[in-house]
Ligand binder design. Structure first.
Ligand code: CA
Length: 226
């Protein structure tokens, strides 16, 4: 059973969210401020954190940064609960590092769907599952084979590793530097244009499915289902 930590100072809302998540089979723990939230994240090691942005004591953005920095909590996905117009780009960007966000007021159904999607995304990343399907693309990580609509595509090992890295982190923007580090290795002395060149090749080889690789201008790339 997945445990979800809800960090939200509006007790009614926290209770409502927990009630609806528990109906879906999740276990919920609630923290009412940032300090308590940080403690509970360390203590309960939840599978996901729902984090309100406006919290007394410590802002959700500050708390998120702390969680993402600490070794024992950095791997926990965080969905930020924000109000409209709160700097969403910053929230899911590098600076704060939330994995997703939901804008208040939200329907509990919308929230549950988002929780499921993020948990699925993280399962793909950590699971030993060897066949990954995203849209029309199938990746067999044990055989290092990529197929689009069932048709196998010949990839070099670097191309495969690049696609696999994007797939593991689908929906999340990866900077060129991070890709260079994780695909080519820390010691690779190269230009981030190497990444661009390989992305172009991936897109070409994948045909129509190449559209799944999105460019985030001036930053990097991400993979999206459509
Ligand atoms: Ca609040």
């Amino acid at each position: 059973m997945h445990t979800i930590l809800v960090i939200e100072d509006e007790r009614d809302l926290a209770g409502l969210v927990a009630f609806n998540l528990e109906k879906e089979g999740y276990r919920c723990v609630i923290a009412c401020d940032g300090i308590q939230g940080l403690e509970m994240a360390r203590q309960h090691n939840p599978d996901l954190i729902l984090l309100d942005l406006m919290l007394p004591g410590m802002l959700g953005t500050e708390l998120c940064k702390l969680l993402k920095k600490a070794e024992n909590t950095s791997q926990i996905p965080v969905i930020m609960l924000t109000a409209k117009g709160e700097e969403i780009d910053k929230v899911v960007g590098f600076e704060v590092g939330a994995d997703d966000y939901v804008v208040k007021p939200f329907s509990t159904r919308e929230l549950v769907l988002r929780v499921k999607a993020v948990l699925r995304r993280f399962a793909v990343e950590t699971e030993s599952e060897t066949i990954i399907n995203i849209g029309t693309v199938t990746i067999d990580t044990s055989r290092h084979v990529v197929a689009v609509k069932g048709e196998e595509i010949a990839f070099t090992s670097t191309e495969f590793k690049l696609l696999h890295t994007l797939v593991k982190r689908w929906g999340r923007v990866q900077s060129r530097d991070v890709l260079l580090r994780d695909v080519w290795g820390y010691n690779y002395v190269g230009d981030t244009r190497t990444v661009d060149t390989h992305i172009t090749r991936l897109r070409t080889k994948m045909g129509e499915a190449g559209d799944m690789i999105k460019t985030v201008r001036g930053f990097g790339y991400k993979l999206e289902e459509r």
